[in-house]
Design a protein. Sequence first.
Length: 129
Amino acid sequence: MRKPLETTAIKKLAVIIFGVMLFLFIGTMVVDYWLEDKIRKVIEQDLPAQTDGIYSVRIGKINVSLWLGSIKIKDIELRSDSTQFAGINRAFNFRSIKVESISANGFSVSRSTPVVGTTSGGRSFRGEP
């Protein structure tokens, strides 16, 4: 039979380990949520500002996972304002483009890695960040 002091020390250690794991789990969820909002803002608000309102984008859902090192953006719609094209010769003229999903995985927060992903048609691509 263990001494009461040893049992208390083991319980304290177990509570500390559980607390650290819970803190890391909740912290990761908060960072994931913050990143999703940040990515949405950059894409939905900054794109129209950078293109003088010619292009706008709507995103359905963003999933970020730091544990898996992945991001998935679903239901993307890129639209153009046809009235803005009057007198402008743009090579990329369209009314609307809809993409089911875009995903990238294998990224790391600590180092720069190539971007690797697949299109909704299953084709793989690789690019440098």
